[in-house]
Design a protein around this ligand. Structure first.
Ligand code: HEM
Ligand SMILES: [Cu+2]
Length: 632
């Protein structure tokens, strides 16, 4: 490169930086609309919630480590398992996956930012405030107490007096608003902001998995929002949606909840599948085997996931023919999962796998997920389910799928993408220790629960009598939970050490093939100097090849390129918004409305005024922004 072009590139970079950089300091932090800053913040917040819910799990395991223990009383225990389950599901598992996608998807498709960046900021604040609210409620002894599934009539006005369940139901609305915002942004980003040339057949599998996940969020979350809003109105203003004696129906809650709740576990699991594909591809050093089959399997899983919810309700006495249908559907979903596992194994088999920490976590996933999947097929059979329903067998099963199926791939992905997020590498040596502690600790904790369940120990009990043969498995499980805690602590230490190290990771330390690695690590505020142009499914392979770029986007305005949905042909340019404070203020106003409405229905009426003001200010048209029309 000549001196003149180098100098020109440097000038371009400065111009881009001036256009895209946030304001310095606290104001910049509060007003940012950069998907990377918001995504990173989202990931960190979700991990904090994971640790808090994990501490609650530890307290429960201490209580259950021996029979007739008095460490926690029944009321405290009820609140703890309800908080643990709700926080893990609503505030950790779904948000952390979406958070990683908020960071990675725009980079993987070669865009300058996520679509609707202010909505993205709004989503984060709503999520944060909802999470803070539920923890404050818990500390003030108004934490949830009816389990993460909040069944009526237990959660209704007669059996859960006080405000505990109202806070819980409102927290759900908060987190689902946040999740829906992100889902919409991701769908729009994936369908209309892909780099030119990234046709449907060239989309990275993680991006595909997030498209399916987001569509599932859009279909599933409204059910639980409607359900929890009915619950609030039953409790607050005397509607009778769930009250059978007044013509309501308690089973309506279970249908609404599980119509969301079953897809929810796939909403957690699907991004994990995408993460595994990314990791397996990079570390096998070959394109993924069976790409088309993988994409079809993702869609099949997403579709089938909506036909299974009744398998959570086998014990409610529904007609046997209906039950058989849901049994068959539940078993069928093992097929697309099996297809994916075989494709990964084929990729590893025919590639030259390098066993790094991310790949170790994927191998751990294979072992644990197969076990969790098998117990899943077992409980899908009605006769067996009727025996183990509400026992520790189920607790073992769902922790195997949730932790084995989602947390293990997530840990792998955090190791894999950490250099992208921070520009530093996590230590492989500590990572191996962490993996083995997690893997062993996990099995020590949860394997004995299968046996406990088969011996008849019910879930959600704060203690048990001695002499039933439950003492030893419980003690082993409790010891295991400390090993998991040690592993999580080691991860935290690894992160701190990596952040303090001065050694840069380099732009593409793993030799990965997707566009996310075509820019620096961490990327600049504008992501890419020029829009990358894609000619194959693995645009960065072979690693020494030059990446084609498309020039023409303005450097002095926040412009994004819109491309067509199937062929990714350049269509038009689009002005993305500047940073602003209104998403934060709107989220605050909405929080006021939600919390106020827990105490009085008038909160909805008066609380709507600040929301309307904030939204009006947010959407007030700016004269200074010239319209860009359909300029090419
Ligand atoms: C990290 C180690 C973990 C430990 C030691 C642990 C332990 C426990 C314990 C002791 C219970 C209560 C069992 C009962 O009394 O019925 C429980 C319930 C539950 N856990 Fe975990 N857990 C862990 C991680 C997770 C994760 C990562 C998730 C989700 C992603 C999760 C989701 C749940 C759910 C949904 C419940 C049911 C709550 C309810 O009954 O309403 N757990 N867990
Ligand atoms: Cu299910």
């Amino acid at each position: 490169m000549t001196d003149a072009t180098t100098a020109q590139r440097e000038r371009d970079r400065q111009t881009l930086l001036a256009t895209w950089a946030d304001r310095p300091g606290l104001m910049g932090w509060l007003t940012t609309v950069d998907h990377k800053r918001i995504g990173r913040r989202y990931v960190v917040t979700a991990l904090v919630f994971f640790v808090l819910a994990g501490i609650m799990a530890m307290l429960m395991r201490i209580q259950l480590s021996r029979p007739e223990n008095h460490f926690l009383g029944p009321d405290r225990y009820n609140q703890l398992f309800s908080m643990h389950g709700s926080v893990m599901m609503f505030l950790f598992a779904v948000p952390v996956m979406e958070a990683v996608a908020v960071y990675m998807v725009p980079l993987m498709v070669g865009a300058r930012n996520i679509s609707f960046p202010r909505l993205n900021a709004f989503s984060y604040w709503i999520y944060l405030f909802g999470g803070i609210m539920i923890f404050l409620a818990f500390l003030a002894d108004v934490g949830p107490e009816a389990g993460w599934s909040g069944y009526v009539p237990l959660s209704g006005p007669d059996f859960s007096p006080g405000k505990r369940t109202d806070f819980w139901a409102q927290m759900i609305t908060f987190t689902e608003v946040a999740a829906l915002c992100i889902a919409v942004e991701l769908v729009a980003t994936i369908l209309s902001m892909r780099a030119p040339g990234m046709t449907l057949r060239r989309i990275p599998l993680f991006v595909w998995s997030m498209l399916v996940t987001s569509l599932m969020v859009i279909f599933a979350m409204p059910a639980v929002m409607v359900g929890s809003t009915f619950l609030i109105t039953d409790r607050l203003v005397g509607t009778q949606f769930y009250n059978a004696s007044e013509g309501g129906d308690a089973l309506l809650w279970q249908h609404l909840f599980w119509f969301f709740g079953h897809p929810e576990v796939y909403i957690i699991f699907m991004p994990a599948l995408g993460m595994i594909s990314s990791i397996v591809e990079t570390f096998s050093r070959r394109p993924i085997f069976g790409y088309t089959a993988m994409v079809l399997a993702l869609f099949a899983t997403g579709f089938l996931a909506f036909g299974l919810w009744v398998h959570h309700m086998f014990a409610t006495g529904l007609p046997p023919l209906g039950n058989s249908f849901y049994t068959a559907a539940s078993m069928m979903i093992a097929i697309p999962s099996g297809v994916q596992i075989f494709c990964w194994i084929a990729t590893l088999w025919t590639g030259k796998p390098i066993i790094t920490v991310p790949l170790l976590f994927v191998l751990g996933f294979f072992a644990l997920f197969v076990l969790g999947g098998m117990t899943g097929v077992m409980v899908a059979a009605v006769p067996l389910d009727l025996q183990v329903h509400d026992t520790y067998f189920v607790v073992a099963h769902f922790h195997y799928v949730l932790i084995g199926g989602a947390v293990f791939p997530l840990m792998g992905a955090l190791y894999y993408w950490f250099p992208k997020f921070t520009g530093r590498m996590l230590s492989e040596r500590l990572g191996r220790w962490q993996f083995w502690l997690f893997f062993i600790g996990f099995n020590v904790t949860f394997f004995p629960m299968h046996i406990l369940g088969l011996m008849g120990m019910p879930r959600r009990v704060y203690t048990y009598p001695a002499g039933l043969g439950w003492d030893l498995p419980n003690l082993i499980a409790s010891i295991g939970s400390w090993i998991i805690a040690a592993s999580v602590l080691l991860f935290a230490i690894n992160v701190v050490l990596a952040l303090r190290s001065r050694e840069p990771a380099g732009d593409n330390p793993w030799g990965a093939p997707d566009l996310a690695w075509a820019t620096t690590s961490p990327p600049p505020p504008y992501n890419f100097e020029e829009t990358p142009a894609v000619r194959s499914r693995e645009p960065l392979w072979p690693l020494d090849a030059d990446l084609a770029v498309m020039t023409g986007l303005s450097k002095t305005r926040r412009e994004a390129l819109l491309t067509s949905s199937t062929d990714a042909l350049p269509a038009t340019r689009w002005a993305l918004p500047d940073p602003g404070i209104w998403p934060l203020l709107s989220a605050l106003a909405l929080t006021l409305l939600f919390v106020w409405s827990i105490f009085s229905p008038w909160g909805v009426v008066w609380g709507a005024i600040p929301v309307a003001i904030a939204l009006t200010a947010w959407f007030w048209p700016k004269r200074s922004q010239p319209s860009m029309g359909g300029a090419q």
